[in-house]
Design a protein around this ligand. Structure first.
Ligand SMILES: *Cc1c(COP(=O)(O)O)cnc(C)c1O
Length: 438
């Protein structure tokens, strides 16, 4: 078996259809074969090392080949890898559900495999709740402009990224879109808070007209990741919570990307002190090891399904629902959060590198520098189409994996990243901006 990058690259191009990719672009843009991972680093077949600045698509929390998760998984593998969850149960799924219940203040954990399946579950659950309650007209969904909730047809219906959704428009369900509270869109002189409240007014106007036909409002709390790390003031979530209560519309918090410490608190909703009616979790839930998602909800929603009539139940399933290995990895992730005081350590790291990020933010080509928990982002001026690909290639040559979104550069590293590594990335970015990549 060959140990060279070039062979894996060619074989992958022939045999693998890569996600979110125009495959023809790989005639120029090389695919990067990764041989192994070690903490925050990915290592190719020729020994080159890349700092995983995107946490392998926002999933990795505690590094690649994490010793604690490895041990937990090996133990679980030798005990029970998987069992059907309909009519059966096992230790990891019970313990994980109890812990997630304590941490979110919600309960009745329902499992899926990916983020998109959690979105589907939340939407179906909300609609079915209203139906079970005799409010069959409440079938509509609302999401934000520039929202991202996944790529399956239901999730894509509440996603507002035309590049991903426009082609499939005839297959999608029509949903309402309301203005994003993203503070970059505020008027000159308008505060982030005032802008967020103005955005909430638009949601209220929609609710006033349509609430009797609406099942749920789905939102990425505090930061719209795929929109380019679009951050907003937590007052928006507080106001939205009030409006959803007042107009009888479910609030679905899609914490798939922002949950598990990414924004500085365990869940992003904590910044606003609110509790959603349904919460979607995935990505970091297993520390980036295995696909797993969960939807947790209130006793009230759960109770509306609890009946003698089978069809009032939530008859949704995936083959790997509640997979024991994935649940065990997730449990170990929660243990690490607790034992290693991860949130406090992350806060400390972020404050130590704040002056370095400020230096980068002062570069003449940088706009809207922003930081939240373990996310650093800024927009670059004077970019041409294809900037993201060019910056990706240039950063890779400096040993950093970055995937800009349009002209937004962001850093979202695993939490095991060191202060020195963060500083190294900021220095690399200064160099790249000075080289005038556009
Ligand atoms: C990634 C993401 C999803 C979809 O998760 P997948 O596991 O990719 O299906 C949904 N919502 C948000 C906010 C995400 O960032």
């Amino acid at each position: 078996m060959s140990q060279h990058n070039q062979d894996w690259l060619a074989r992958s191009r022939r045999a693998v259809w890569h996600p979110c990719t125009q495959m023809k672009q790989h005639e120029q843009l090389p695919i990067v074969p990764i041989a192994r991972g070690e903490g925050a680093w990915l290592i190719d077949f020729e020994g080159r090392r890349f700092l995983d600045g995107v946490s392998s698509w926002w999933v990795n929390l505690f590094g690649h080949a994490n010793p604690r998760i490895n041990v937990a998984l090996m133990d679980q593998m030798n005990t029970l890898e998987h069992v059907i969850l309909a009519g059966f149960t096992q230790k990891p799924v019970v313990e994980l559900s109890e812990k997630l219940g304590e941490l979110t203040g919600l309960g009745h954990a329902f499992y899926g495999s990916d983020g998109a399946s959690a979105t589907e579950i939340a939407l179906k659950m909300s609609y079915h709740y209203w139906r079970n309650r005799g409010q069959e007209k409440k079938t509509g969904f609302v999401s934000l402009k520039n929202s991202y909730h996944g790529e399956t047809l239901g999730a894509l219906s509440v996603t507002d990224v035309p590049l991903f959704s426009a082609t499939y428009a005839p297959l999608l369900r029509e949903t309402h879109r309301v203005m994003s509270p993203d503070w970059r869109l505020a008027e000159l002189g308008e505060s982030a808070e005032a802008y967020a409240l103005r955005a909430a007014d638009q949601l209220e106007a929609l609710f006033k007209q349509h609430a009797t036909d609406l099942a749920a409002f789905i939102v990425e709390p505090l930061c719209q990741g795929a929109a380019g790390m679009a951050m907003y003031h937590p007052v928006y979530l507080r106001r939205v919570r009030e409006l959803c209560d007042e107009y009888n519309v479910h609030l679905v918090a899609d914490e798939i990307a922002m949950g598990f410490g990414r924004t500085g608190t365990l869940f992003a909703c904590e910044h606003a002190g609110i509790k959603p009616d349904l919460i979607c979790l995935s990505k970091g839930i297993t520390g980036g090891y295995l696909p797993l998602s969960a939807v947790l909800t209130t006793d009230e929603i759960y109770a509306a399904f609890y009946a003698d009539d089978v069809s009032r139940g939530f008859l949704h399933s995936h083959s790997y629902t509640g997979n024991a290995l994935a649940c065990r990895a997730a449990l170990e992730v929660l243990h690490i959060f607790k034992d290693e005081d991860v949130l406090a350590t992350n806060r400390q790291k972020a404050s130590i590198v704040a002056p370095d990020f400020a230096r980068l933010s002062a570069h003449p080509r940088v706009r809207n520098a922003r930081q939240l928990g373990m996310i650093w982002a800024f927009d670059v001026t004077d970019t041409q189409p294809g900037f993201a690909g060019r910056l990706f290639t240039a950063a890779l040559a400096h040993g950093v994996l970055l995937r800009p979104i349009g002209s937004t550069i962001y850093l979202m590293p695993p939490y095991v990243v060191t202060v020195a590594e963060l500083q190294q990335v900021f220095t690399t970015l200064l160099t790249l901006l000075d080289e005038n990549i556009s």
